[in-house]
Design a protein around this ligand. Structure first.
Ligand code: G6P
Length: 616
């Protein structure tokens, strides 16, 4: 799972150095992986490349002193799937004679078989990657014609891929193709440049004519423009879309990390969501891009939510909210499981896909399955031009601004907020009268202020984090809406501290997990569900009786917790379970942040992770 970027100059104008353009493109795509990076072009009739292990900035340092000038180039940032993060496995990959260079995003499932066949024919491989197989196979099929070689090569591949390739015999051309892995080509008619990118993030600040490659299409890019072919090599007509990707502010400002900045963005982001999507007149919510009539909503017989990671946790919370308020049977499903399941989907099934990036491969595949079976798809997404948004008939954009830190914070709470408003919208059509709608909306409107109040407690949270950073194992315990909140809290801690953390429904402890309790495992109790707080208190007693240290996150005034907890972090009092989701999520985000800071980990780009996972 990786990011691809390529650049080519055409026309008469003064050319830009493709090296500089590609390096800038890679910086925008680095959220897709930062295990290694590389770039290749053609110089004096030979393939010329530079690769380095680690971030794009490391590649930048290697590239600068070389002062390379390319008229076209392909570039890559890698999240390792097949083979360690080392220079030999970094992209571009080559054929054995170094006649071509290729960058790839995806996984070739039958690479071992193809490799075996090529090895038998005497081909020498020099990496552990599946990608090298494509390069070697291409060279094997190449007989002076790039298109023919592309058709023959790609037809032999199983799996998902997008690729960009250059060949030394065709120094003016780039070959690109994609199957179930996005690739977009952009033309700037003013500057006479062609760009290729894994997504439109890398086109920020530009107005382009763009072409999103469809499944198995092959494009040849050259100074003459773009030629498009189907998988059999038949020429296709091209229809471009106009695209203008606005420039966004992405600096950390006064904060040490993007994660902290994004945590602090939350009150304002939530305020804007609630302000722009509330319908005060009807005591409901407004969704401009939701193309469902009230009649269709009345007929909905079930809602399935598909998502991964933090977005899945937002889905669990939403499923509870929708069932409780709108009384529609709702389930959140792990997208990677859902995509291989045999779900019952009727014509009245609504499928909601939640994804910050809109590029997560498992979520996209789950959506395809849902669409194939006739469901209406609603996409909840933070990226306007993403694959998910383009695929869904109904969309709700988060408008949370770019989330740069790998660990999701503001996108998660924005998803919950949008889904809470969607709950209101559905409930007003199905179950709620005007006064219930008004009351629900009033509680939503209090959320930004409560979020701000939590941030004021950052000092206490930082002190507790310093104390608890010595533990290596954590349980987060909660009940009702605090249970998915615990899952999210544990995920935050795991992602950026590399410590073992699990979120558990507190009542389930006694059925197994309690066996792990000892003085080395810290339990963090999220006491944000007033109905079950007494029960949670009993669960904590059981932990205390076994010598387990306890830190309780609890509402102001719950002094009785001091009898059981070693430490209590007091938080603003939420009136409802829904409000508590934000209060406890923001507090646990800050806790994870400060534990990570104490441990000195790479907070914004934790090891082994990527912001968007575009492979299975
Ligand atoms: C990756 C990220 C997570 C994110 C998940 C789903 O694993 O590291 O933070 O929650 O993908 O991403 P999406 O863009 O679909 O919300």
């Amino acid at each position: 799972m990786c990011g691809i970027f390529a650049h080519l100059n055409f026309g008469e104008l003064k050319e830009r150095n493709s090296v500089d353009v590609c390096m800038e493109g890679l910086r925008q795509l680095e959220y897709r992986g930062y295990d290694s990076a590389g770039i290749a072009g053609i110089k004096d009739g030979q393939i010329c490349s530079i690769k380095s292990v680690g971030k794009v900035s490391t590649l930048d340092e290697a590239v600068k002193p070389q002062q390379l000038q390319f008229r076209l180039a392909i570039a890559h940032t890698r999240w390792a799937t097949h083979g360690r993060a080392c220079e030999a496995n970094a992209h571009p990959q080559f054929d054995q004679d170094h006649r071509l260079a290729l960058v790839h995003n995806g996984i070739i499932e039958n690479y071992a078989k193809i490799k075996q066949t090529l090895v038998k024919k005497g081909v020498t491989f020099s990496s552990e990657t599946d990608t090298e197989t494509i390069a070697q196979l291409f060279a094997h099929h190449y007989k002076e014609n790039l298109l023919k070689a592309a058709v023959n090569t790609f037809s032999e591949l199983d799996g998902a891929f997008s690729v960009a390739l250059i060949h030394k015999d065709h120094p003016d051309q780039i070959v690109v193709s994609s199957r179930d892995a996005p690739l977009v080509i952009g033309i700037n008619d003013q500057t006479n440049e062609i760009f290729v990118s894994s997504d439109t993030n890398a086109f920020t600040g530009q107005s382009l004519r763009v072409l999103f490659l469809k499944k198995d299409e092959i494009a040849l890019l050259s100074p003459d423009g773009i030629e498009l072919y189907n998988k059999k090599g038949k020429a296709l007509d091209i229809t471009f879309e106009e695209l203008c990707v606005e420039e966004c502010q992405t600096a950390t400002g006064e904060f040490d990390h993007y994660m902290l900045k994004e945590i602090y963005d939350q009150p304002l982001v939530l305020k804007e969501i609630i302000h722009s999507q509330s319908d005060e007149t009807n005591h409901s919510a407004l969704f401009e891009q939701l193309v469902l009539t009230p009649k269709q909503i009345k007929n909905v017989d079930q809602i399935l939510i598909v998502a991964c990671g933090s977005s899945l946790h937002a889905g669990y919370l939403a499923a509870n909210m929708i069932e409780t308020a709108a009384r529609i049977p709702t389930r959140a499903e792990i997208a990677s499981e859902f995509r291989y399941s045999d779900p019952i989907i009727t014509k009245n099934t609504l499928v909601i896909a939640i994804s910050q990036s809109g590029e997560t491969a498992d979520t996209l595949a789950a959506c395809e399955l849902a669409i194939d079976r006739g469901a209406h798809l609603v996409a909840i997404c933070n990226v306007k031009h993403s694959t998910l948004v383009r695929m869904a008939p109904s969309t709700i954009l988060l408008n949370a601004g770019p989330e740069i830190s790998v660990c999701s914070t503001k996108a998660f709470t924005s998803q919950v907020c949008v889904l809470q408003l969607l709950t209101l919208y559905l409930a007003r059509i199905r179950t709620f009268g005007a006064s219930e709608g008004r009351e629900f909306l009033r509680k939503c409107e209090a959320i930004p202020h409560l979020a701000q109040e939590v941030l004021k407690r950052a000092g206490s949270i930082a002190s507790l984090a310093e104390k608890y950073a010595r533990f290596t194992k954590f349980f987060y315990l909660g009940r009702q809406q605090m249970y998915p909140t615990c899952l999210e809290a544990a995920l935050k801690l795991k992602e950026i501290t590399y410590l073992q953390a699990s979120g558990l429904p507190a009542g389930e402890m006694k059925h197994g997990a309690i066996a792990l309790i000892d003085e080395s495992l810290a339990t963090i109790a999220l006491c944000g569900n007033h109905v079950t707080n007494d029960k949670l208190f009993s669960n904590l007693m059981e932990i205390k009786a076994r010598g387990g240290p306890i830190l309780a996150f609890a509402p102001d005034g719950s002094e009785s917790l001091q009898q059981v907890a070693d430490d209590v972090l007091y938080l603003p009092i939420g009136e409802s379970d829904e409000q508590n989701i934000y209060i406890y999520s923001i507090a646990t985000q800050l806790f994870a942040y400060y534990v990570a800071k104490n441990l000195g980990t790479n907070i914004d780009q934790p090891r082994n992770l990527a912001k968007s996972v575009t492979v299975e």
